[in-house]
Design a protein around this ligand. Structure first.
Ligand SMILES: Cc1cc2nc3c(=O)[nH]c(=O)nc-3n(C[C@H](O)[C@H](O)[C@H](O)COP(=O)(O)OP(=O)(O)OC[C@H]3O[C@@H](n4cnc5c(N)ncnc54)[C@H](O)[C@@H]3O)c2cc1C
Length: 750
């Protein structure tokens, strides 16, 4: 019975609507519910609700590294980078050399996220990102050795959920590398749908040191486990049941996470996969009837069945740190090397950077590097201020890894043969091979884009939907009507306001919206406002017309997620420009980056409306909010050429764009940079020769076009260019490890 008599409105509108909502409500598993509850919402909510408050964004302070973090970066990190030889690891040894492991352990790289009181570094997310970015710029495998212990895994789970005893025992051992952790979630049948794992544990009595102990008999067969083959302690997720009711409760207890020393009887580790020809250890593990006492469960017995919640909570923030750092490192290396190489490499008597086709590829790299690095910084600032924005970290995971893939492909294309031939001189191919790993782990990208970004964003960022779902799920019908009624009309008012706002901004090209700043940035802020309002109302329409079916309409939800992501990237680029003091030289990069994002968002809006399942609704919305089609065009060719030039010539903007990667005189990138700077400096001399169509230095000297000194410097520069343009070759037995099958002289099988 309702506490008060039902009103006319409740009886005739709210009740039927509630009935309808219940019929379209998506079925949600417990694991999905837990994923939705993990982490927090942040600026994503501003963008999803249609009227972002930019002051919230612009006022957010940039996170500065502490003196200790800074010292670590210029000390141990630089030294580690100096010692890394990616070719030796991936080709010769196919393993991480012992000296690297020793150094990494000794200097505390394995405990970056472990609090100081447990012997770790307790560094900020920003510092961890800078550290991984620099190491990854020397090679992906070495970076993985640092990434795995410092992202989702035993260390983080212990910090967040461990008992005091577990923390006191394990964290100091993980921090100083006495123990090497791995985390095993994925199994043969359970990849993206990890919660479907068949690995199981049964509550049982066993014996530890001759004492009868309550615990679990656990069996598993996991695969793809990073550091698994060498770990000394395994974080393991499995489904626990208690058929004999030894704990006195239910039979199915749910996903549980325990820390199991690798030396425990029944645990098998050691065999290796060979992912993307990378050297870091990765492999399967099995466990047969392993007895695990209750106090090995992370967080103790009280945390039985909470494994999934623990994992998604850790992932909500963690996804925004390590993989984006690794991806941005790949992009910065691509920008740094491609700009330089395109400038020094000449074909048809011109630097290839002068060809428009090459400029397009170089500009894509530069622009993507600017916006993804901007988003990396912004997300880190949010994490360091205590936010755990689950939707934004999913955006970062997807877009940073995809942008790294684009940038590396473009870099390979521009370098052509130089990037194809493997060997120690090749600074791109190892990253190229590692990209699919980053795309696959921590939520494979197709699923992250199609399901997670918008799937979570639409519900979590909506001001009313969660309340409505809660009301609809109430068992007591009258209470449900009352609760639903309380939110429904606020929702209706919000939807109406959103429609009016989106239509107004659509018909006025967004030009009359307010911008937080004046000048050239203002038009971009206005377009963000226009597209944000459009996103809010289309999202509203999609939810109302499709309800739970929207979950299966992944092409629609992926595009709505793209809109949200691109708006976030545009905001991040503008914020970066403001935070760095608006250097005029950087404006073309920022301008291009924002235009790319806005064009992608506008195009995604058009694609959603073109494909809206209820055609009438699609047409109506198009008329209201995108009456003139895609108004945010792609960047103009002149701007594209300008930003290509920005990274193909020495400049402050180029230095700022690529800062944070490891470059030294004795590595290929350093030699490339040296040749690049010298060639750029001698451009006036080269221009004179080019104009006179003279290629030979002697001839130029003879004709008095250049001085003897200029000729000597140019000869030195050209020698450097020849040197860095070289690729490796090998004796056949170096590659095969045996005598050649075909004899050299006779051309016969040897
Ligand atoms: C090198 C490497 C290291 C790894 N390290 C670890 C580790 O340390 N610990 C660990 O536990 N795991 C680890 N993994 C496992 C990794 O997390 C999984 O590979 C990942 O979850 C994807 O699972 P899968 O490969 O089985 O792909 P599948 O789940 O088989 O997916 C196949 C395709 O379907 C797509 N897809 C699936 N569901 C949906 C959906 N609902 N909507 C749209 N698309 C969908 C996916 O995006 C993917 O493109 C590692 C994997 C690799 C390759």
């Amino acid at each position: 019975m309702a506490a008060y008599p039902e009103s006319f409105r409740q009886r005739n509108i709210t009740r039927p609507l509630l009935k309808w909502v219940r019929s379209v409500l998506p079925g949600m598993s417990e694991t999905e519910r837990e994923a939705l509850a993990a982490g927090s919402i942040w600026f994503d909510a501003e963008l999803m609700r249609g009227d972002p408050d930019f002051s919230r964004l612009l006022d957010m302070p940039v996170h500065r590294l502490s003196d200790e973090e800074q010292a670590f970066l210029v000390g141990p990190v630089e030294e580690l980078c100096r010692r890394i030889d990616d070719w030796q690891m991936t080709f010769t040894e196919r393993d991480i050399p012992r000296e690297i492991w020793d150094f990494v352990r000794k200097e505390g790289f394995l405990g970056l996220i472990i609090p100081k009181e447990y012997g770790g570094k307790g560094f900020s997310a920003t510092a961890n990102s800078e550290i991984v970015m620099k190491i990854a710029s020397r090679g992906p495998s070495a970076a993985v050795t640092v990434i795995v212990p410092n992202s989702l895994g035993p260390g983080e789970l212990l910090v967040l959920f461990g008992t005091d005893r577990q923390k006191n025992y394990w964290l100091p051992r993980l921090a100083d590398g006495r123990d090497i952790p791995a985390f095993a979630l994925t199994s043969l049948d359970a990849g993206s749908d990890a919660a479907a794992m068949t690995d199981y544990g049964v509550v049982a009595w066993g014996e530890i040191d001759g004492k009868k102990t309550l615990g679990m008999r656990v069996n598993w067969s996991k695969r793809y486990i990073s550091l698994g083959p060498i770990c000394t302690v395994l974080g393991l997720a499995f489904k626990l049941s208690d058929p004999d009711r030894l704990l006195g409760g239910e039979e199915d207890l749910g996903i549980t996470v325990a820390l199991i020393p690798a030396a425990t009887k029944g645990v098998e580790i050691g065999r290796r996969h060979y992912p993307g020809m990378q050297a870091f250890p990765n492999g399967p593990t099995t466990g047969t009837d392993v007895f695990v006492p209750m106090d090995w469960i992370i967080g103790g017995q009280a945390r039985i069945g909470q494994g999934w919640r623990m994992l998604v909570t850790a992932l909500a923030a963690g996804r925004g740190v390590m993989l984006p750092a690794m991806s941005v490192a790949g992009m910065k290396v691509a920008a740094f090397s491609t700009g330089a190489y395109a400038r020094i490499r000449e074909q048809f008597n011109l630097p290839v950077s002068r060809f428009e086709g090459v400029q397009e590829a170089v500009a894509r790299i530069a622009s993507d590097t600017y916006r993804l690095d901007a988003a990396r910084r912004l997300t880190l600032a949010a994490l360091d201020s205590g936010e755990k924005p689950a939707v934004i970290t999913a955006i970062m995971k997807y877009h940073a890894t995809e942008a790294m893939r684009r940038a590396t492909n473009d870099a390979m294309d521009v370098h052509s043969g130089k990037a194809v031939i493997d060997g120690p001189r090749n600074y791109l191919s190892s990253a190229y091979r590692a990209i699919p790993i980053a795309i696959t782990v921590e939520g494979a990208n197709i699923m992250t884009r199609s399901l997670m970004i918008y799937g979570q964003g639409s519900i979590r960022c909506h001001p009313f939907i969660q309340e409505e779902i809660a009301a609809a799920q109430m068992r007591d019908d009258d209470a449900a009507v009352e609760a639903f009624d309380a939110v429904l009309y606020r929702h209706a008012a919000y939807a109406f306001m959103t429609l009016v706002r989106a239509a107004w901004r659509g018909w006025t090209f967004g030009l009359l919206s307010r911008s937080p700043v004046a000048g050239r940035e203002a038009r971009h802020y206005r377009q963000i406002k226009r597209l944000s309002a459009a996103l809010a109302i289309v999202s509203e329409a999609a939810i109302i017309t499709m309800g739970g079916a929207l979950k299966r309409k992944e092409m629609i939800s992926a595009r709505l997620g793209d809109m949200l992501s691109e708006l976030y990237l545009a905001c991040a680029s503008l914020k970066r420009f403001a935070d760095t003091g608006r250097p005029a030289e950087d404006w073309p990069l920022c301008d291009h980056a924002v235009r790319v994002s806005l064009n992608a968002a506008d195009q995604a809006l058009k694609d959603v409306l073109d494909n809206f399942p209820m055609r009438l609704v699609g047409w109506y919305l198009r008329l209201k909010i995108q009456p003139f089609g895609v108004v945010c065009g792609k960047p103009r060719d002149r701007l594209t050429q300008k930003i290509s030039d920005t990274i193909c010539e020495p400049s402050g903007a180029r230095d700022r764009l690529t800062e944070g990667i490891y470059v030294a005189d004795d590595i290929e990138l350093g030699r490339l940079d040296h040749a690049f700077r010298l060639i750029a400096e001698l451009e006036p001399v080269k221009a004179v020769m080019r104009k006179a169509r003279v290629r030979s230095l002697d001839e130029a000297k003879k004709q008095g076009l250049i001085t003897g000194n200029e000729a000597a410097r140019l000869a030195e520069a050209m020698e450097l260019v020849r040197e860095v343009s070289k690729v490796d070759d090998f004796a056949p037995e170096e590659l095969t490890g045996k005598k050649p099958a075909i004899s050299k002289r006779k051309g016969k099988a040897a």
